[in-house]
Design a binder for this molecule. Structure first.
Ligand code: BGC
Length: 841
């Protein structure tokens, strides 16, 4: 591996930070505007709020990135030439936070000690709720900004309390007062998910800046002075927490019942005719746009809708064209409308027009009928709608079916639990405006022969490869078709080791709760076995995301092993004896002069939600490309991203890593990011967490109880789109169970659906420690996953791996009493896929 010098690092870092700075405005959402933005002039500015100086670039946990540079809001404004007049307020706030943090940490530490839990583990994901205080808002100037921040991360969910989902009394009081006091005022949200803005909705301007990585503060300054403009749209409905049907029962430690079925997010609000505070797809710009439908056509099974978008504002901007459909209700209940596809315009000058065509295939609109295990399009009228958010759509075409059409014949999976989904008192489709639109919309008749029905074959039982014609790895590299011979000659021990991460070979000291288990790249989350290195088979190195590449900033090579020596949480958590022994001093300043130390500075990119808010697949592909180039540079093969669970409730602590409440946008964005990363030789993504990882409370042991229609149409759909459009090299199963069984042990999910139905060709890895024995304690209702069960189900690698994972696999091979008996053929099937991945990396 090339060890990088300080100089090289600076060059690419600057390029990448500038690239993020150029792209990030598209991820920001203007929620409210009095028309005064952008301000254009700089000058004096009063800056207040939790995120002014303590700006958050991304959440905590494995989703955090260890960066060298980060520009806070305060720094960004100063860099742009603003004179900040509220230094006193900011200094006082610092003291308040220092004390509140200390109290918070002490309280949690004591609770952890009392409960006999490792304090770091106990605090994982817990964020300090914003405290209350009184500080005068007396800074001078005509313009003011108030920055609200919120943080969250893996291990804990958010709470519907003041200081988290709700604003504190202090924030409400000060935001309203600043709005009155200063002529120009913007509330800036430096948050990773929803905050309840109801008490401050009357203020002049609200900008959802989000958490957009390294240049966050510079991006805000660019937006304020009009060097750039916001053009993002929400990918989750922002409503009162009590109004989400998922709120009831959310976060139950053992069993969480998905009673709302397919009615997630706008599918619920629109069907109930409830107005969220801000609807799905909503966002203003500095400019305004008109969207005029032009043509509606069908060619074979592809529907195309063309519209003309015109900038009717006074400044440049971009608009998102969102296409929805309303399916007719027959046997299957249907939401009011569902997103079919979308597209973003180029930058449009005032008065400039662009014709945009949005296409999608007819089977996008099919529904899963559990009774017959088929996807069907029921007869009736499919209303095709276009608009710029879910509460502003217009019928622009009708697709008429005179008979039912079956689009896929499958088999049922994840046998359900008995429970009733909620029954909605839905609004009626045909009110006046819609009747008018319907009467003039172009109608196209769809005939069944335009759609081919796909019938799937399932191959659950693998066939053993014979041990003949030995072939070296060098030969396999030249003749990949000989991989079978190579695998046929591997011993059972070799095969078992391949199916377990290299943690099975380590002394244990490298592993940490949030991933630091690679010997080759310091701070990477894990790697595959080194057992075959004597045959020249390399290991796959995996590092976290999704807000950049999460590896250590600084490291040393000790006995040939890369050891992190920076201030990242995984190093801080290392035992102090180990730190002393290895001479790791995280506060060393002179590190750049030490020949024995090396650097890996990665760029923090916008968090998952912000990327999706761009509604721009080209932009997301470019971001993927940027990540791919850093992966190549630091020797990472698999990026543990994109994270693409559905934002079922705003309370999920990891929503900021995820894209949306809607599977279509999640899938399309994930595919774009993957395509960007996988353009780079040796680099692949890991779409995670497959599937239904929608809460963090008891994340290792929670059981998501969901009916198959909702499972397929909402929770699996995004992964399906990503697999079909981009073939990510890897997929990570989730910690949770689905309907009583661990996802990593589910053959129906991992083999029948993922491979047989969707044609997935890559590898599947577990989430970290899914099979760890600490999960098997008496407090947990459900037992840990089984590594043998992983092999049997088609989850190829148990990560980060431990000796007992490998032993369990060997036991399952030899002992029919094992809960998940396996054959050598099961192991060879996984080995073929893993080695295939290594070969083409
Ligand atoms: C997280 C994953 C992450 C893994 C490796 C787990 O705790 O759930 O998202 O990729 O750790 O760090």
């Amino acid at each position: 591996m090339i060890r990088i010098t300080e100089k090289e690092i600076q060059k690419y870092e600057i390029e990448h930070i500038n690239e993020v700075r150029r792209m990030a405005p598209e991820c920001t959402v203007l929620l409210k505007s009095d028309g005064t933005l952008p301000w254009r002039q700089k000058g004096e500015i009063a800056l207040y709020g939790s995120g002014a100086r303590k700006t958050i670039k991304g959440g905590t946990g494995s989703g955090d990135v260890n960066v060298r540079y980060f520009i806070t809001v305060e720094e960004g404004l100063r860099n742009a030439g603003y004179k900040i007049t509220s230094d006193q307020w900011l200094d006082n706030y610092d003291n308040i936070i220092i004390n509140a943090s200390k109290e918070f940490v002490d309280k949690n530490r004591n609770e952890a000690i009392a409960a006999g839990i490792n304090p770091e583990f106990y605090m994982l994901g817990k964020a300090l709720p914003e405290p209350e205080y009184t500080l005068p808002l007396d800074a001078k100037g005509e313009a003011a900004i108030y920055v609200v921040s919120r943080n969250s991360g893996e291990g804990a969910d958010r709470e519907s309390i003041e200081g988290d989902i709700n604003l504190t009394s202090t924030e409400i009081r000060d935001i309203l007062a600043a709005n009155d006091k200063y002529e120009n005022f913007v509330l800036v949200l430096n948050v990773g998910g929803m905050v309840n803005l109801e008490p401050v909705l009357k203020i002049k301007n609200i900008l959802l800046l989000g958490q957009i990585g390294t240049p966050t503060g510079d991006v805000l300054a660019d937006l304020l002075i009009g060097k750039s403009y916001p053009s993002g749209k929400l990918t989750m409905s922002w409503a009162n927490i009590e109004d989400y049907p998922s709120t009831e029962g959310f976060g139950n430690p053992d069993d969480t019942i998905y009673r709302e079925g397919i009615y997630v997010g706008y599918r619920f609000f629109d069907s109930m005719n409830l107005n969220p505070i801000y609807p799905f797809g909503y966002g203003l710009g500095y400019a305004d746009f008109s969207i005029t439908p032009n043509d509606f056509e069908i060619d074979g099974d592809m529907i195309s809708l063309s519209v003309v978008v015109k900038n009717i504002g006074k400044v440049v901007g971009k608009e998102v064209v969102q296409v929805y459909y309303s399916a007719p209700e027959g046997k299957m209940e249907q939401p009011y409308q569902q997103l079919a596809s979308f597209a973003k315009t180029k930058e449009l000058e005032p008065n400039e027009e662009q014709e945009i065509t949005v296409s999608f295939s007819v089977d996008t609109m099919a529904s899963y009928d559990e009774e017959y295990a088929t996807y069907i399009l029921e007869q009736g009228d499919y209303l095709i709608r276009v608009g710029n958010h879910s509460r502003n759509t217009h019928i622009c075409g009708i697709l008429r079916l005179n008979q039912n059409i079956t689009t896929q014949k499958l088999k049922n999976i994840c046998p359900g639990w008995i429970f009733d989904e909620i029954k909605l008192e839905k609004r009626k489709f045909s009110y006046e405006k819609e009747s008018k639109e319907r009467s003039v919309a172009k109608v196209i008749l769809l005939t069944p022969n335009q759609v081919t029905c796909q019938e799937k074959n399932y191959h659950d039982i693998p066939v053993e490869l014979p041990q003949k014609d030995f072939c070296s790895w060098e030969e396999v590299k030249k003749h990949p078709e000989k991989l079978k011979n190579f695998v046929g000659n591997l011993t059972e021990e070799d095969l078992a080791s391949l199916c377990v991460g290299s943690g099975a070979e380590s002394t244990g000291e490298l592993s940490s709760i949030i991933g630091n288990a690679s010997e080759i790249v310091a701070g990477a989350s894990g790697e595959t076995t080194h057992r075959l290195s004597n045959q020249n088979v390399g290991a796959l190195i995996m590092a976290d995301g999704p807000a950049g590449i999460r590896i250590s900033k600084k490291y040393k090579i000790i006995d040939g092993i890369a050891k992190a020596c920076d201030d990242s949480p995984s190093v801080i958590m290392l035992d102090s004896e180990i730190k002393n022994e290895q001479n790791i001093n995280v506060n060393e300043e002179k590190i750049l002069q030490d020949e024995n130390k090396f650097y890996q500075f990665c760029t923090a990119i916008p968090i998952g939600t912000c990327l999706a808010q761009s509604w721009n697949v080209q932009l997301c592909e470019k971001i993927g490309d940027l990540i791919g180039s850093e992966m190549e540079m630091f020797g990472i093969n698999l990026w543990l991203a994109p994270a693409m669970n559905i934002q079922r409730s705003p309370l999920c602590g990891r929503n900021f890593e995820y894209y949306s409440e809607d599977p279509v946008i999640s899938g399309m964005i994930a595919a774009a990011v993957t395509n960007g990363v996988q353009r780079h030789k040796g680099c692949g993504t890991t779409a995670k967490h497959f599937a239904c990882n929608n809460q963090e409370t008891n994340r290792y042991g929670s059981n998501s109880i969901v009916k198959e229609r909702a499972l397929r149409e909402i929770y699996l759909k995004g992964f399906e789109i990503c697999v079909r459009q981009s073939q990510p090299r890897s997929i990570m199963t989730s910690y949770n169970l689905i309907n009583g069984k661990r996802t990593c042990n589910r053959t129906d999910l991992l083999t029948s659906v993922l491979r047989d139905e969707w044609g997935y060709e890559g590898i599947v890895v577990t989430d970290w420690f899914s099979t760890q024995r600490f999960l098997d304690d008496s407090k947990n209702k459900y037992a840990a996953g089984s590594s043998a069960g992983c092999v049997r189900a088609g989850n190829d690698i148990t990560m980060p791996g431990s000796p007992w994972d490998r032993d369990d696999i060997l036991d399952a091979l030899r002992n029919t009493e094992n809960n998940y008996p396996i054959t050598k053929a099961h192991l060879q099937r996984c080995a073929m896929r893993i080695l295939h991945c290594i070969l083409f990396m």
